[in-house]
Design a protein around this ligand. Sequence first.
Ligand SMILES: Nc1ncnc2c1ncn2[C@@H]1O[C@H](COP(=O)(O)OP(=O)(O)OP(=O)(O)O)[C@@H](O)[C@H]1O
Ligand SMILES: [Mg+2]
Length: 271
Amino acid sequence: MVPESTTTVRPELAARTAPRPRLTLANVVKSFAGRTVVDVEDLSLGNHPIEGLIGPNGAGKTTLMRLIMGSLKADSGQIRLERAGHRDVVLSRLHAHKIAQCGVVKTNQVITDFDGLTILDSLLLSVTPERREFPLHLMGERATYEEHRAEIERQLDHFGLENTRRLALSAGEKKLVDIIRCLLLKPAVLLLDEPTAGLPGEVTQKVMDAVDDLAGNGTTVVIIEHDLDVIWNLCTQVTFMAEGRVMLRGEPSEIREHSTVVESYLGQGHV
Ligand SMILES: Nc1ncnc2c1ncn2[C@@H]1O[C@H](COP(=O)(O)OP(=O)(O)OP(=O)(O)O)[C@@H](O)[C@H]1O
Ligand SMILES: [Mg+2]
């Protein structure tokens, strides 16, 4: 019998213990028409595998994620990405497509459309390197599909999406395709904006499992949710925002009991 090596570290364990990609925000301010909607003095995301971001409607949660993604530019302040083995990057100085190239990816709160692409094509497009992106011709598509087939099939199977050579039909299906698109990219940082809103309970569980799996492989996940069961189940660190500011940060048990959160967000009689 071959004795088990005591020095070999399984890749998934190494990923769980390695330092994660970290976002740090310093004095990040965004105003619309003179009204400040984000004003974050000092926030670091990625010290925990899955971080929750909660707060009332209009708190600035989506805006904060859009500032990280570069789809909105901050009026002032700095957003940095730190990754082991990479040079630190000041994301707030980069264009959105460069930020995506750094491995920072976001799902959308509201899905508009996939430009008439079938489910399969929109997933293929998401994993297609830029040089092959246009046109998505037959050879390019086949090469991309072969490279990514196993993972695409695994995800489609996990979410029970069948017959993928058709357009995504329901809002829920579109949402799932958007989530799978992000999972396939194996991002350094994944920002999820209400990923389970409007999805049935069993699909919510599948999303939670997939997110947990991704985080287990080293991705830093930040998740916005109003379904607080998702937050309490997945996250080990929660940030509570209101009126654009970070009001509290802590473990789920601290946050859910805190009088500020209870009074301004959870309301009376929460469990
Ligand atoms: N492009 C914009 N132009 C003007 N105001 C905006 C814009 N985007 C967001 N806002 C405003 O900024 C505030 C914060 O909005 P944001 O969407 O970030 O909130 P949120 O915390 O994600 O809320 P919800 O939980 O409802 O999704 C809101 O008052 C919103 O109306
Ligand atoms: Mg929002």
